[in-house]
Design a protein around this ligand. Structure first.
Ligand code: HAS
Ligand code: CU1
Length: 588
């Protein structure tokens, strides 16, 4: 007999005298056909996400080996599949960073608030959105796979791709705004039906994140719809690269919080449960998400310190706002660490750091997510280095940057999503993990592989190796020095470790998906809500000032929009008044 995939946490051995608040449960949904359809659409989003990740990840070792000085792109088998290093890198970046994340998040943050509120949504609309998003993905994929959109995942003009790529990308990103509409309106209907009630935490976090994305995505949507599609169709003759790039980074920085906040939802609301502990503070968690809603977007110019025609004043303002946006992550670090300590001590953990051993490291649902958090400690610290205009010239456009984002999006986010999938798929489908051991191997080796990759790449970056360069195919001496031998070896080894890790994880994931349904997912793998040490309460009238101040999310959303207009308006106004359109250029 197979064991239950998600081991239940032990009962708390606690000395707290007062009765503990009841652990929240998702309100029961009686209409089984509706629930089945909701679970099915969520499963489609999640599985599409992981299929994209699977293809994207398989190209990863080629990139790692490139930075180890080993060029496999000239191998005949690879050559038959990928025309160039840049096609491989474009597919790797688009599939992993854009497609995997957006599909996973759309399923995850549609399902959670709907279940949290016990709401009834229009399933036809939910399916329509999924189909539209997938159609956009397939359109873009045709161009990418046929080497007609080899533009890297930032698709900076004047490099030009097929119109189909831009149209597909616009449809894909635009569909995520339909999810925003459906979730926000579901929450709003709940508010009207429940006046004076505090929005439940998971819904609150999901709605705040979707609202942030609605503000953040405006930049890329404008760039693609107004500038790139007409240009690629030949309706306009040129495009201003700097204006495009600025609109891109309007979205491009905030998108990293669109990737990491869905992971934070799990870290705050569910990881304590897996450890047998409690969320530290609901009011603080709400404050964190509101800070992200307000300040995630007006910071993107930290990607453009080296660009002309943007004044130092605006670069400096965005730099300070970037430092400010690290604060809600620091609050998260201490708050989530406190909830882990609470859990470990409840399991008998002792000592200043000895309690860490009492955490359930053998449960891959838990270990994936906590290892993801650990990777985010150096990941976040590196981000603060990148944001400092004085350090930026040392690291900008070097291998340091992919080092940074493989321990943020590729670990903090992706490893968390991998951990979540190990309970979410059983929950949605009633299927079981084929092997907890292999799943554990997959998540631990992912963590070590990514940490090695990050070490090698940060180090190479400091030695001046550029990013996005086929360094393995050049005979230039600067890429073959003795100094580089060790970081290159580390990077190469990481590629092999990560390949092994991906094989293990996808064996478990696909094995589970292809197996027979055994359980009732609702009973065998319920949504793992945690208790809160400091709950928000249910009624606004009696709630704390923080809970009352953070509840009006719609008003805060308007403030976020105003703030971004204030912080980007003058910059974009200047670029518009001084347009420099240039014709496009094709690399292939
Ligand atoms: Fe970044 C470039 C600055 C966070 C992703 N970033 C990138 C790129 C990507 C990316 C993809 O300022 C490349 C873009 C490109 O292709 O050009 N980043 C930051 C800053 C933060 C930050 C200040 N980045 C992220 C996150 C990402 C991400 C999150 C994805 C998910 N980044 C930059 C800058 C650049 C940049 C510049 C441009 C560089 C250039 O020159 O081109 C901050 O948000 C980071 C704050 C984070 C922290 C860490 C908190 C730690 C936590 C974990 C706690 C651990 C626990 C475990 C609880 C302060 C929350 C305890 C364990 C126990 C066992 C008890
Ligand atoms: Cu950024």
């Amino acid at each position: 007999m197979t064991t239950s995939p998600v081991p239940s946490p032990p009962r708390r051995a606690t000395s707290v005298a007062a009765p503990l608040p009841r652990v929240q449960q998702a309100p029961a949904i009686q209409d089984t056909a509706y629930l089945a359809s909701l679970k099915k659409v969520t499963q489609y989003y999640i599985v599409t996400a992981f299929l994209a990740l699977f293809v994207g990840v398989m190209i990863g070792p080629l990139q790692a080996l490139n930075y180890a000085g080993i060029n496999l792109y000239d191998n005949p088998i690879v050559k038959a599949l990928l025309k160039s290093y840049y096609q491989g890198l474009s597919l790797h970046g688009v599939l992993n960073a854009l497609v995997f994340t957006q599909f996973f998040i759309s399923g995850w943050m549609l399902y959670l608030p709907v279940r949290d509120l016990g709401a009834r949504i229009n399933m036809k609309f939910a399916w329509f959105t999924y189909v539209l998003m997938t159609a956009g993905l397939l359109m873009a994929a045709v161009s990418l796979l046929s080497n007609r959109a080899t533009l890297l995942y930032t698709f900076y003009p004047p490099m030009e791709g097929d119109a189909l790529f831009y149209i597909g990308a616009a449809i894909m990103v635009g569909s995520s705004l339909l999810v925003v509409g459906q979730v926000v309106s579901t929450w709003w209907n709940w508010k009207r039906a429940n006046p004076g009630r505090v929005t439940p935490l998971v819904t609150f976090m999901s709605v705040a994140t979707w609202m942030m994305w609605a503000v953040a995505s405006l930049g890329i949507v404008t760039e693609v719809v107004v500038l790139l599609i007409p240009w690629s169709l030949g309706i306009t003759q040129g495009v201003d690269p700097l204006l495009s790039k600025t609109l891109f980074w309007w979205t491009g920085h905030a998108i990293v919080y669109f990737w990491v906040l869905p992971a934070y939802i799990s870290w705050y609301a569910f990881v304590p449960h897996h450890a047998g502990g409690r969320t530290a503070s609901e009011p603080l968690t709400r404050l964190v998400f509101v800070l992200f809603l307000l300040n995630s977007t007006p910071v993107g110019i930290h990607h453009q310190y080296a660009d002309p025609n943007i004044s130092n004043l605006w670069k400096t303002i965005h730099m300070f706002l970037t430092f400010l946006i690290a604060i809600p992550s620091l609050l998260t670090a201490f708050s989530v660490a406190a909830s882990l300590e609470d859990a470990a001590r409840a399991r008998g953990g002792r000592g200043l750091v000895g309690w860490v051993r009492k955490l359930p490291w053998g449960n891959p649902v838990f270990s994936a997510q906590v290892l993801a958090m650990i990777s985010f400690i150096p990941g976040g610290a590196g981000g603060i280095v990148n944001a400092s205009s004085s350090f930026s010239p040392v690291v900008h456009n070097t291998a340091w940057i992919p080092g940074h984002f493989h321990i943020t999006v590729a670990t903090a986010t992706a490893l968390t999503f991998m951990g979540i999938s190990l309970w979410l798929i059983p929950h949605l489908t009633g299927k079981r993990l084929p092997s907890v051991k292999i799943a554990s191997f997959g998540v631990w080796s992912w963590f070590f592989g990514m940490m090695l990759f990050a070490l090698g790449m940060h180090w190479e970056g400091l030695l001046g190796v550029t990013r996005r360069a086929q360094v393995s195919a050049t005979a230039q001496d600067i890429y073959h020095t003795a100094q580089l031998a060790l970081p290159q070896a580390i990077t190469g080894i990481s590629g092999v470790v990560l390949l092994a890790s991906a094989v293990a994880y996808f064996y478990v994931l696909f094995g589970m998906l292809l197996s027979r349904r055994i359980d009732d997912g609702e009973a065998a793998a319920p949504i793992p809500y945690s208790e809160a040490i400091s709950p928000a309460g249910e009624q606004l009238a009696t709630a704390s000032p923080i809970v009352r101040a953070t509840e009006p999310l719609l008003a805060l959303w308007v403030m976020a929009l105003l703030l971004v207009l204030l912080m980007y308006g003058p910059v974009i106004g200047k670029l518009l008044s001084n347009m420099q359109p240039v014709p496009g250029w094709r690399l292939y």
